[in-house]
Write a protein that binds this ligand. Structure first.
Ligand SMILES: *Cc1c(COP(=O)(O)O)cnc(C)c1O
Length: 401
């Protein structure tokens, strides 16, 4: 049929909107580009989803079991228990460890609220320790200061993609007989090197660990999802039972449990994304290096410090903006179409819901200072050099103005 030719008009249509001769307009900048990432794996993902639809094994189907095996192999842990989200993962870990009202759990105040919420929901007392201003991760010295006879566990959060000082934290835990629950929602894939040279993945070091597959996480699905990791066979059994209404044998309930399961569709998507996870971390590091180089000598801007014993998977690329310029810079970037986020504007110990904790304002100086200085820049696997340069130029021009 005449008239049907190749869609050459696409080139023609672009020309009037381009920002230079023959140039395609810059992709709009988002904090995280999930659509761009999906486009690259679309055939694999769509086929895997079709496969689940054709079997109708929607909950805890074979895809979930395979994902659990693959995650265990990837992290180097004996057991992975998939569940409904990262918040449940933390709560189920605490239930399985037998933590109960009156117990104290030491964790960071500079974190997403989920970490603290589940402690409070279980009637456990959250006790906040300060973080180190460079890595944003828990300060072991402050953990030790917060230990009382009621302390039962420590929850390090591997914030923004870098592993906390696990050598020191595990040593404190051993000395005081405490459990360590790693909140690994933000650092899946990061590698920690201990003093003795042992290299282990985040989430395989403590007694138990949690992660989240929320879409924007480094290993994100297309809905909610989470998982719990442990090397302890007995604990793994308890975790599975609690996820499944406290039951191993259907309609027989030995303990109080919850309903927390992963959809097979999400598991199928995660199995594909897991194969790309290390490459995704490389892409994030490429963007981070671009940022680092551009900001190396900018006044008032501190690039994220790299821990000496952890790789960084850059869940977030978080600057510290000093001199009171943070909010002005954020506004300047927004005016230029660049999103930037403050993770986290209010620390948990100053949130209305958690004010009753024994941490008054002023008691966690590093945490409180950070809430005034941090600014997270767009970070995803899909950032191109044009976008990165546009962002770094916008920041330089603001600081040098
Ligand atoms: C995202 C996140 C969680 C909670 O995960 P959900 O899957 O959203 O429930 C917990 N802790 C931290 C540090 C997180 O970033």
């Amino acid at each position: 049929m005449a008239g049907f030719t190749k869609p050459r008009h696409i080139h023609y249509l672009r020309a009037p909107f381009s920002n230079g001769p023959g140039k395609v307009p810059m992709k709009p900048i988002q904090m995280v580009d999930l659509i761009g990432q999906y486009q690259k794996i679309k055939p694999e993902v769509d086929a895997a989803m079709q496969q689940v639809l054709s079997t109708a094994a929607f909950i805890n189907g074979p895809e979930v079991k395979e994902l659990e095996k693959e995650l265990s192999a990837y992290l180097g842990v004996k057991h992975t228990v998939a569940c409904a989200n990262g918040t449940d993962a933390l709560q189920i870990a605490m239930m399985a460890l037998g933590l109960k009202p009156g117990d104290e759990v030491i964790t960071a105040s500079f974190t997403f609220v989920a970490t603290v919420e589940v402690v409070a929901l279980l009637g456990i007392t959250p006790v906040f320790a300060d973080v180190l201003p460079g890595t944003f991760n828990l300060d072991p010295a402050d953990i030790e200061r917060k230990i009382t006879p009621k302390t039962k566990a420590i929850v390090p959060v591997h914030l923004f993609g870098q592993v906390a000082d696990m050598d020191a934290i595990m040593a404190i835990a051993e000395k005081h007989g405490l459990f360590v629950i790693e909140d690994n929602a933000q650092a899946i894939g990061a590698v920690y090197t201990s003093k003795d040279g042992t290299r282990r993945k985040a989430g395989s070091i403590g007694h138990v660990a949690s992660t989240s597959f929320f879409p924007s996480k480094n290993l994100g699905c297309y809905g909610d999802g989470g998982a719990i990791f442990t090397n302890d066979d007995v604990l793994a059994g308890k975790l599975r039972k609690i996820c499944n209404h406290g039951s191993d044998v259907r309609y027989y309930h030995e303990v109080v449990g919850v309903n927390s399961r992963l959809d097979s569709l999400q598991a199928a998507i995660l199995r594909i994304k897991l194969k790309h996870l290390d490459q995704y971390a490389k892409e994030r590091n490429r963007a981070a290096t671009h940022y680092d180089n551009a900001f190396a000598s900018l006044e008032h801007i501190a690039v994220p410090e790299r821990s000496s014993n952890s790789t960084h998977v850059f869940h977030q690329y978080t600057l510290k903006v000093t001199g009171g310029h943070r909010d002005g810079l954020k506004k300047h970037l927004e005016d230029k179409g660049i999103p930037a986020m403050i993770y986290y504007p209010v620390p948990c110990h100053l949130q209305t819901a958690y004010k009753a904790s024994r941490c008054p304002e002023g008691s966690l100086p590093n945490t409180e200072q950070l809430t005034h200085e941090v600014l997270s820049l767009p970070m995803s696997t899909e950032m191109d050099n044009e976008q990165l340069s546009y962002i770094t130029e916008a920041i330089s021009s603001f600081i040098n103005a």
